[in-house]
Design a protein around this ligand. Structure first.
Ligand SMILES: [Zn+2]
Length: 581
């Protein structure tokens, strides 16, 4: 028997928006509150957090970056760093929430939680919680939806066809259904809220056309087209990773990094060569994507694929999400690889192991096992829809699906407005489900931060050689999982400098043996030995190298040994030259 329609038509999109700048894990932040929250953290934890603007958006808003590290143990630039960003796609506000949750966890955990303490002592985290600041603001404050920016693209004016509008003033743009004997849709017999497809040869029922809620520009009483979005930019197609123009890649923009938001992000990342790994938050599907979008796994360096999979395991352990290659398992069209995306630029040009997590899955919440993430939305069954509605009905009092309500349309006459409220059902978790999403995904970032290449002075010593000569020796090691070049992909760019050791001399000293700056090459981590223990072990240890200097120091004094790696950090030790006993 059909159930009575439930649902709350009077609940507006701001019901899950944070009412103030106080931190909550179950709410989404508008720009003013987000800005205040970040600055309040910098003020409350001056030794651990700093906030800066990395550039201005199309509408002139600052795009914020938060730097987290314990400055007492060294500046961020001298530590290996992880990078997290979110909300390059305006409506995917869950990512901002996860990014904020992660920062909050580290700041409040420092000093109590041994892992948070260690990570902020030894490494740094850069967080850009919201790239698409203009779009996200409209998304949270109005019924509007857009892909990335609010800069009109590729046309400056709205085009003919249905313009998505909140006609009935309920705060949402949903769907309009119009009774018509030629319509391809009909009402479900199992739940009158649901629309299901009409059979290929089916006649004799009540059928509907379904359009987006809105008015029709240049409607002539015949065809109803859906206008392309006015805001057609996709900033995640605007990066210089085999960038393609609009006619090859929709939303790409006029040229690579043409948009102020993508330019700001790229400049920030290039200015921080200490970044070894990245996380870019998107929604939705409940899957972690990895490079490449452009190439098959067989065309990646073997060592990189192995390391990528090792890091991916951490993600699956923390989130329960599968990790897939975009090229193999998240391609809209396998014959046309996605061009100009951020993740490929990060892997190919910066050499960082990056992940793009498609947060949240209503189907998963409803217990549906999704095998093909992209096909699911075209091929899902009525049972699937009923299962998802049940989640909304039982756990959210029916909110998230708007029952069909009659409306007198200025052009179409009598219609009914209703359907899925996409924004906080499919695209983002409703508030009560947000914290769980934040917690497990923050868990992956914390694990990934712990894989950094990290220089250490394993030994540093001096030995008087008689007269005024002294030997200074150091063993420089990589204490991390990743090698100091991070990836073969990074090595191939030629941009990641090898480890060097420098000896700083005191007054009146002279170097008589060794080079003041000695290049040690790259140091391996543990990643290359991350495998089943060999049945015929032939493992060495290439995580460390020794360096020696001979110093003439008539008045003894101190010297400083400094080891430097762009990705592994900078370590120093001051040594006092002794005398022969
Ligand atoms: Zn996205």
């Amino acid at each position: 028997m059909a159930q009575p329609a439930v649902g709350k038509a009077n609940e507006t999109p701001d019901r899950y928006v944070a009412p103030s700048a106080e931190f909550r894990a179950d709410r989404y932040y508008r720009y003013a509150e987000l800005t205040d929250l970040l600055h309040s953290w910098a003020a409350a934890y001056p030794e651990l957090a700093a906030v800066e603007s990395i550039g201005k958006s199309y509408e002139g808003r600052d795009i914020w970056a938060l730097t987290l590290t314990n400055r007492a143990t060294g500046p961020d630039a001298e530590k290996p760093a992880y990078y997290v960003d979110a909300n390059i796609h305006a409506g995917e506000v869950t990512g901002s929430a996860v990014a904020l949750f992660t920062a909050h966890h580290l700041l409040t955990g420092y000093g109590d939680d041994p892992r948070a303490t260690r990570l902020l002592d030894e490494t740094a985290l850069y967080v850009v919680p919201r790239i698409g600041v203009d779009g996200a603001e409209r998304y949270l404050a109005s019924p509007e939806q857009m892909r990335s920016s609010v800069r009109p693209w590729p046309e400056p004016e709205p085009q003919d066809g249905v313009q998505r509008e909140d006609l009935d003033g309920d705060g949402w743009v949903t769907q309009m259904r119009v009774r018509d004997p030629h319509g391809p849709w009909k009402v479900s017999t199992r739940d009158p809220r649901l629309m299901v497809r009409r059979g290929p040869d089916e006649t004799g029922g009540e059928y509907y056309f379904v359009f987006p809620e809105g008015t029709i520009k240049d409607y002539d009483g015949g065809e109803v087209k859906v206008a392309p979005p006015l805001w057609g930019l996709d900033n995640n197609r605007n990066f210089p990773a085999r960038w393609g123009p609009e006619w090859e890649q929709r939303g790409a923009g006029a040229y690579p990094l043409s948009e102020p938001e993508t330019r700001a992000v790229a400049d920030f990342m290039l200015a921080h060569p200490n970044i070894h790994g990245t996380q870019h938050y998107h929604t939705f599907s409940g899957v972690i994507l990895r490079a490449s979008a452009l190439r098959a796994d067989e065309d990646l360096a073997k060592a990189d694929l192995k390391t990528y999979k090792a890091l991916a395991e951490l993600g699956t352990e923390e989130t329960g999400y599968r990790v897939v290659s975009i090229f193999h398992d998240f391609a809209y069209d396998k014959k046309k690889p996605m061009m100009g995306n951020h993740l490929d630029w990060v892997f190919d040009s910066l050499g960082c192991f990056g992940f793009a997590t498609e947060l949240w899955s209503l189907p998963a919440k409803a217990g549906i096992e999704v095998v093909d993430f992209l096909k699911f939305f075209d091929e899902r069954s009525e049972d699937d829809d009923l299962a998802m509605l049940k989640v909304l009905d039982q756990q959210l009092g029916g909110s998230g699906y708007k029952p069909w309500v009659p409306f007198e349309h200025p052009q179409l006459g009598p219609v009914e407005i209703g359907g899925w409220e996409f924004k906080f059902t499919f695209q983002n978790p409703p508030g009560p489900f947000l914290e769980e999403e934040c917690r497990r995904n923050a868990g992956f970032t914390l694990r990934a931060m712990g894989t950094a290449p990290r220089l250490e002075l394993v030994e540093a010593s001096t030995e008087p050689l008689g007269g005024d000569l002294h030997k200074v020796a150091a063993v420089v090691g990589n204490a991390g999982f990743l090698p100091t070049y991070v990836s073969e992909s990074g090595k191939a760019t030629g941009r990641i400098k090898p480890v060097s050791a420098t000896l700083g001399l005191g007054d009146g000293m002279a170097l008589v043996g060794g080079e003041e700056e000695t290049e040690l090459g790259h140091l391996m981590g543990r990643a290359d030995q991350y495998e089943a223990f060999s049945v015929f072990p032939a493992y060495g240890n290439s995580t460390r190298r020794r360096v020696e200097w001979i110093v003439r120091a008539p008045d003894a004094g101190t010297v400083t040994v400094t080891a430097t790696s762009p990705k592994g950090g900078v370590v120093r030790r001051e040594l006092t030259l002794g005398t022969v006993g």
